[in-house]
Design a protein around this ligand. Structure first.
Ligand code: NAD
Ligand code: UFG
Length: 341
């Protein structure tokens, strides 16, 4: 059985479905601060049986000790954390407490329970403003421009030290590029609770009429069309990267770092055009100045993940956008029904 912290969230829920699809068991620990209990029901529907679910906080050492004692957990996927960049600037202590503090408490509890296999949700943000593309795992980590990014780098450093202190640890740091898309069933996806910061959730809300226009931040970057370029990866591909990492870590000790990206970058305008093409829905947009802290380009060199995990992303940008739109339309329908009642 694996424990997924933050397993009711966007990425953790997809990992749960992938792992359960293999006939394995999952226990989810989540305090639902950025997700809903209905995610657990949706995972059950997709997996054909319910995952274990415990409502609670990953910083609660006593709770972790109990879970690691009472369930046959042999690995942990640590997705629980806060992820809004702007909010992290306003509330840095909450971010360090949850992201760094949560990771420290989790590692302590795991060590005490004798569970040493850990997969961590890291981010390409740890590379900072790396200018050489594509970014491989050997690129030095940079100086993230916000407390969120800093907290991810700090977590990685905590885990590196922990792995160095005891040879029984097997830790995989998964550096996500830009996860988008949704489960093809339309049952699982990203459900922002406040104004979205990221491109895709914002674009989806414009497409469904909840917002008027998409702001395109910066058209003067040194990129082919002047807008920022990112490596968008389908969340189901990303989830499969976790199952491959869990398998690989059975045979590896110490720290392993893997990029989870496609190796291909798309500009903001390319994403908008592709979305309009696959859905037929026009996206009103305005050009705005660059967003502070943004970099021009960021895409992965995914070769190490292919060589060491046998994993590579398979979904095209078009399929990411189609799946995301299906999810958005379902959400919108449910919201209307809820309002009507
Ligand atoms: P999410 O907010 O949808 O999921 C995180 C989950 O963790 C939520 O269900 C939330 O309720 C839970 N949680 C938060 N604090 C908790 C706590 N103290 N105790 C227990 N549960 C808690 O976010 P996501 O997109 O699924 O991201 C998962 C992880 O991946 C995060 O650590 C995030 O930083 C990282 N990440 C995400 C992205 C992205 O673009 N989505 C990119 C890079 C890294
Ligand atoms: N963008 C817009 N308009 C918007 C939102 C974004 O033009 O409304 C642009 C950005 O300027 C950027 C691109 O779209 O060029 C992607 O922006 P996102 O906010 O979607 O993603 P980022 O690459 O800035 O950041 C994301 C996560 C971080 C993570 C990073 C690397 O938000 O947490 O990917 O993994 F660290």
């Amino acid at each position: 059985m694996i424990l997924i912290t933050g397993g009711a969230g966007y990425i953790g829920a997809h990992v749960a479905v992938e792992w359960m699809d293999r006939g394995e068991d999952v226990l989810i620990l989540d305090n639902l601060c950025n997700s809903e209990r209905s995610a657990i029901e949706r995972i059950s529907t997709l997996a054909g049986r319910p995952p274990g679910f415990v409502y609670g906080d990953v910083r609660n050492r006593r709770l972790l000790d109990t879970l690691l004692r009472d369930y046959p957990i042999d690995a942990v996927v640590h997705c629980a954390g806060l992820k809004a960049v702007g909010e992290s600037v306003r509330e840095p202590l909450r971010y360090y407490d949850t992201n760094v503090g949560g990771s420290v408490v989790l590692c302590q509890a795991m060590a005490q329970a004798g569970v040493f296999r850990l997969v961590f949700s890291s981010s390409a943000t740890v590379y900072g403003d790396c200018t050489r593309m594509p970014i491989s795992e050997t690129c030095t980590t940079g100086q993230p421009t916000n407390p969120y990014g800093m907290s991810k780098l700090m977590c990685e450093n905590v885990m590196k030290s922990v792995a160095g202190s005891d040879p029984r640890w097997s830790i995989g740091l998964l550096r996500y590029f830009n996860p988008i898309g949704a489960h093809a069933s339309g049952l699982l996806g990203e459900a922002p609770t406040s104004t979205p910061n990221n491109l895709l959730p914002y674009l989806l809300q414009v497409a469904s009429g909840e917002r008027q226009a998409l702001s395109v931040y910066g058209r003067d970057y040194p990129t082919p069309d002047g807008t920022g370029v990112r490596d968008y990866i389908h969340v189901v591909d990303l989830a499969q990267g976790h199952t491959c990492a869990l398998d690989a870590l059975r045979e590896r000790r110490g720290i392993s770092v893997w990029n989870l990206g496609t190796g291909r970058g798309y500009s903001v305008l390319e994403v908008i055009n592709a979305f309009e093409k696959v859905t037929g829905v026009p996206i009103p947009m305005t050009f705005e100045p660059r967003r502070p802290g943004d970099i021009a380009c960021c895409w992965a060199d995914p070769r190490k993940s292919l060589e060491e995990l046998g994993w590579q992303a398979r979904h095209s940008l078009e399929s990411m956008l189609t799946d995301a739109w299906r999810w958005q339309c379902n959400q919108h329908r449910h919201e209307k029904i809820r309002q009507a009642n």
